[in-house]
Design a protein around this ligand. Sequence first.
Ligand SMILES: [Zn+2]
Length: 164
Amino acid sequence: MEQSFVETGRGRWEQIASRPSQEQIDRFDEAMTLARQVRQNAHAPYSRFQVGAAVLMDGEWFVGCNVENASYGATICAERNAIAAGIAAGKKTIELIAITTGADPGVPMGNRSPCGMCRQVISEFSGEGTIVLLDGGMSDDFDFTGEAISFEQLLPWQFELEKN
Ligand SMILES: [Zn+2]
């Protein structure tokens, strides 16, 4: 696949699959700023793996961090916490979701992209043009580097049921 990049004021993003809309691109820096901020509130005393997510749903931002639990299975990921906040506020569709693990450049994408469970939850509320922004760390020239991926690329053949 041919590599292409999209630049924002503070970031440089590898574009994977479909091109984001200009409205989405214009909000990339804001998205990752919010994700990095909320990551600082992560409750991750067991794994020490802190994650932040910012999701734009129907024009409004919602944020979430991972919340671990001593009973490990009760842990909830940042992405699902952010989406749940949007749903509770009456929002329906994810336009953009930014995710950060605080990784430095060179960390493989698989170590900083959403888990399978979160992909399925994103899929529940994703639309045609939903974009996932992954934080790839800061470079010499940019505050943000990473990938802008169309959601279909991240979870092809997603499981769906007809909604009643
Ligand atoms: Zn997850």
